[in-house]
Design a protein around this ligand. Structure first.
Ligand SMILES: Cc1cc2nc3c(=O)[nH]c(=O)nc-3n(C[C@H](O)[C@H](O)[C@H](O)COP(=O)(O)OP(=O)(O)OC[C@H]3O[C@@H](n4cnc5c(N)ncnc54)[C@H](O)[C@@H]3O)c2cc1C
Length: 384
């Protein structure tokens, strides 16, 4: 077993780092760190990400995508600032869902522009009363002539205010009153809806919004009949998303570690660099241990997905462990800095706020623990 990167993998990592340095960071720096990026900036990011295959990572080459392995995708995602990661990943996952679960006509109409980064995608499942249990969605849809009429509210939706197509989970009501879960592709240009930006603790440049559908009319051709291979769709999106979010946390904790090591070498107290005190060395060792173990547990889950193994438990474990360990590591890095760790000029405060945000999307720690427990015992903790 060789845990080192191959030459090709190192090239992918270097390319992602270069893209961030030369194209993405300047876009982030040109905008307020406290406000969601405007659509023009998101499109500029998409265009560059598309060149590296990050807008089509999970779509196979024969479908025009990058066809990256899950591990290679993760290696690149780790290099991307999470405020951008939470723009790109929902976009790419939605594009993959349309590719795998849409009709041939929907694929042709939506996927090329989304893969090229000319258009932006979002997925809307969560609602004011619906989070961890998406089967309970209350957004209603019914057919009226050639249209589907949507009514309801969605909450915390990444890319809501900037998207060109939103993959909306809703409950479709039949004339006899029966209902079933359905997915509908809503294009705001043709089917306007209200999207309001939400201000959250961290990842402030990443757009997250509330959406209101009030008699929103969508052409029937945008209804997704779920003809795709649903199991494959879930494997490719949910399972891979979790370690990818874990690796976003690793990227943040690595930055905190680098800052803490530098500071410990130059900051002097009692006539000595604080890095020479054993308690500070212990903190640094703990931070590094969290970064390395988190990285490995995420790579391990992604590699299992690539081997085609059942990875539900490993993937849940990877995200839960990595975000939790890296969050604690960032807190330790702040402690190493004393009061400086709390100052806004250093930027550790922003890392601490950003990493807190990663606990929730793609499964809360509680839900991920239960998924692991279900895998270990074979017993369903959710519905008995
Ligand atoms: C940065 C960010 C981006 C997001 N992007 C999107 C997006 O693009 N699209 C989208 O649809 N949603 C998105 N979400 C919403 C996210 O999917 C939900 O927040 C998540 O599913 C949890 O739902 P909730 O917040 O309503 O918490 P709840 O489900 O209400 O959970 C509250 C608490 O109860 C616990 N809990 C729930 N059920 C159980 C149980 N059975 N046993 C034990 N404990 C339980 C949870 O672990 C949690 O601690 C995003 C959220 C964030 C923070």
């Amino acid at each position: 077993m060789d845990l080192s990167l191959t030459f090709e993998q190192q090239m992918l990592v270097d390319a992602a780092r270069k893209m961030v340095r030369t194209h993405i960071q300047p876009i982030l720096d040109a905008h307020s760190p406290d406000d969601a990026l405007p659509k023009s900036a998101v499109l500029a990011i998409m265009e560059k990400a598309a060149e590296l295959g990050l807008t089509s990572a999970r779509i196979p080459e024969e479908g025009g995508g990058a066809g990256l392995s899950a591990l290679d995708y993760g290696l690149m995602a780790e290099q991307i600032p999470p405020a951008v990661g939470l723009i790109l990943q929902p976009h790419e996952a939605t594009t993959t869902r349309i590719y795998l679960g849409g009709t041939p006509e929907q694929r042709e109409r939506f996927v090329p522009d989304l893969m090229a980064g000319r258009k932006i995608a979002a997925t809307a499942s969560s609602e004011p009363n619906v989070g961890s249990d998406p089967r309970g969605v209350e957004t209603r849809a019914h057919v009226d002539g050639n249209d589907i009429v949507l009514n309801g509210r969605k909450l915390w939706i990444s890319n809501a205010s900037v998207c060109d197509v939103m993959n909306v989970t809703c409950r479709m009501t039949a004339p006899d009153g029966s209902s079933r879960l359905a997915r509908i592709l809503v294009e705001p240009a043709d089917s306007p809806f209200e999207a309001t930006e939400l201000h959250m603790l961290g990842l402030c440049q990443s757009p997250h919004g509330e959406v209101v559908f009030e008699n929103c009319r969508v052409p029937k051709r945008n209804f997704c009949p779920d003809t795709g291979d649903t199991a494959k769709l879930l494997t490719l999106t949910w399972l891979t998303n979790r370690p990818l979010v874990g690796l976003m946390a690793v990227g943040l904790a690595q930055r905190a570690l680098d800052l803490a090591v530098e500071y410990a070498k130059v900051r002097k107290q009692f006539g000595r660099p604080i890095g020479s005190f054993q308690l500070i060395q212990n903190d640094l060792a703990e931070i590094q241990t969290a970064v390395v173990t988190s990285r490995l547990v995420c790579y391990n889950a992604l590699a299992a997905i690539d081997r085609g193994e059942r990875a539900n438990g490993l993937s849940a474990m990877a995200k839960r462990y990595a975000v939790d360990a890296c969050d604690r590591a960032v807190a330790l890095a702040m402690r190493v800095h004393g009061a400086m760790g709390l100052s806004v000029e250093l930027g550790l405060d922003r890392i601490a706020r950003d990493i807190r945000m990663l606990h929730i999307p793609d499964g809360t720690p509680g839900i991920l623990t239960l998924i692991q427990g279900r895998e270990l015992t074979g017993l369903d903790p959710f519905r008995g």
